[in-house]
Design a protein around this ligand. Structure first.
Ligand SMILES: Nc1ncnc2c1ncn2[C@@H]1O[C@H](COP(=O)(O)OP(=O)(O)OP(=O)(O)O)[C@@H](O)[C@H]1O
Ligand SMILES: [Mg+2]
Length: 272
């Protein structure tokens, strides 16, 4: 498949079909108590779902379980209707650090992983077209031969996003992908993320502890809190993009989320 087409409207609405579902999923690391317990959630196709929560509440761990990087202690995860036992070839991951290979140029870094055996078989020309389309989409046309050491943090994260898009993922798992970036670059990357995942028709699970990031990009926000973690609140966000044009609605939602965070923090005992 060549670069996915933009829809006439520019933005595809989230689907109603399920990309991923988690039913009563629990998880504990070896030697720890439960990190989260009985978590159930659904990620719809083409939906940007933000998982918001305070530091240490288990967001990254939940993402790793949903991505198939960790095995749940109880419950089950299904990806496109099938039980998930390992990372699915139609999923991709982006983390806080771009993790580029210093000995590969931008193009080869973005292509990295596409040649692996578990990826759907495609010929070399198709792979090249996919990588170039992804690099063009993230604004890196002309920088294909650059080395990672020659890139800014924002550009490196664009390569990481291109690498993920080149896989044409059904679902992109992103764990605080922009939190190491300065405020201006971060805002640019948030807009870029919304634009490209809509063009690629991908769903996203975006983990963040930044309320503003969540309300600017999400179709739906889940709040995780407690020990063990649980999903305590959910907000659909149907504010049209670009959302900066709706400051009053954004502020109202922000205040609701802050109130829920305060309520949850108050519910956690501070003394044993
Ligand atoms: N490999 C591990 N082994 C044991 N405990 C772990 C491991 N990784 C994380 N934890 C613990 O699991 C809990 C949840 O951690 P996790 O990284 O999922 O939180 P988080 O919500 O992503 O936090 P942050 O916002 O700071 O990234 C923490 O108490 C942490 O110490
Ligand atoms: Mg984390």
């Amino acid at each position: 498949m060549n670069a996915p087409q933009s829809l006439a409207s520019g933005l595809a609405p989230p689907g109603t079909e399920t990309a991923l579902s988690a039913e009563s999923v629990s998880f504990a690391y070896a030697g720890t108590g439960p990190i989260f317990d009985q978590v159930s959630l659904t990620i719809r196709r083409r939906e940007i779902l933000c998982l918001l929560g305070g530091s240490g509440c288990g967001k990254s761990t939940l993402l790793r379980v949903l991505a198939g990087l960790e095995t749940p202690s109880a419950g089950r995860v299904r990806f496109l209707g099938q039980p998930l036992a390992r990372p699915h070839p139609r999923s991709a991951l982006v983390f806080q650090q771009a993790s580029l290979l210093p000995w590969l140029n931008v193009f080869d870094n973005a292509r990295f992983g596409l040649d692996f055996k578990h990826q759907p078989a495609t010929d070399a020309d198709t792979r090249r077209v996919r990588v170039q389309a992804a690099l063009d989409a993230v604004g890196l046309s002309g920088r294909e031969q650059a080395w990672p050491a020659q890139l800014s943090g924002g550009q490196a994260q664009r390569v990481a996003l291109a690498r993920a898009l080149a896989r044409e993922p059904e679902l992109l798992f992103a764990d605080e992908p922009f939190s190491a970036l300065d405020a201006i670059t971060r805002a640019e990357m948030q807009s870029l993320l919304v634009e490209v995942v809509h063009r690629w028709h991908a769903a996203v699970l975006l983990v963040t502890h930044d309320i503003d990031e969540a309300i600017l990009v999400a179709d739906r926000i889940l709040l995780m809190s407690g020990q063990p973690g649980r999903i305590s609140h959910e907000w659909p966000v149907d504010i049209p993009h670009p959302r900066e044009r709706h400051p009053a609605t954004l502020t109202a939602l922000r205040l609701q989320i802050l109130a829920a965070l305060r309520e949850n923090t108050a519910a956690i005992p501070t003394h044993p």
